[in-house]
Design a protein around this ligand. Structure first.
Ligand code: COA
Length: 186
């Protein structure tokens, strides 16, 4: 994937939005939102149905005036449930730069289901500056380290490897979930 510079959005006041667990009824809107959020990989409608039904405790949506403006998907790693792996974060174009993405991250970490989480992991492609900036901002807010290492190489994506950048692992922590809960109101 080519690297395109993305203009840094102007910081505005936080959007008045409701942040909550997703429901099955959200899955189609989540699919449409992710489709509009390049460079995210678009998964099948069925995948978003599973996320909204089986993984609702580690996924969240943000909505305002009845419209979905953000979505985050994640899961507790099966072999280490002290790690929350964040899969996708999508914020509608018109809502970007207003703290929605960061707020979705705090929303997950502040849930009882994540009370045992001490590290957040995710992957970012080298060209995705907004994503890297959001996760690093989250780490700063939680006074946590953010360590970046190689995870998936282009060839790991098989035949489509020429179309997919490598994915770097970001590991953020240790997280103290009783600290900085006020950040959720930013
Ligand atoms: C990445 C994304 C989720 C960020 O959401 P957002 O709501 O705009 O992010 P926030 O407003 O919470 O900003 C978080 C931090 O990132 C910074 N940031 C956001 N967009 C940026 C950009 N284009 N360039 C540089 N920094 C940026 C903000 O300034 C802020 O930093 P600060 O707290 O130090 O001021 C959003 O741009 C998006 O949906 N992109 C398309 C899909 C994608 O790439 N998802 C991430 C991969 S999983």
């Amino acid at each position: 994937m080519a690297s395109h510079p993305v203009p840094r959005p102007t910081r505005q006041t936080s959007i008045e939005a409701l942040y909550r667990r997703p429901r099955v009824a959200d899955a189609a809107s989540v699919h449409a939102l992710v489709e509009s959020c390049k460079p995210l990989d678009l998964n099948s409608p069925y995948a978003y149905l599973l996320l909204c039904s089986h993984f609702y405790e580690t996924c969240a949506v943000g909505e305002a005036s009845g419209s979905l403006l953000g979505f985050i998907s994640g899961y507790l790693k099966p072999d280490d449930r002290s790690v929350l792996f964040v899969w996708q974060v999508a914020v509608s174009r018109q809502a970007r730069g207003q703290g929605v993405g960061t707020r979705l991250l705090h929303e997950l970490l502040n849930r009882p289901a994540c009370s045992g989480v001490s590290f957040l992991e995710t992957t970012v492609t080298p060209s995705n500056a907004p994503s890297r900036a959001m996760f690093r901002s989250f780490a700063r807010a939680r006074h946590a380290d953010c360590i970046e290492t190689a995870l998936f190489q282009r060839e790991d994506f098989g035949d489509n490897g020429h179309e997919h950048e490598e994915e770097q692992l970001l590991r953020i922590g240790p997280l103290n979930n009783t600290r900085n809960r006020g950040e959720v109101n930013r």
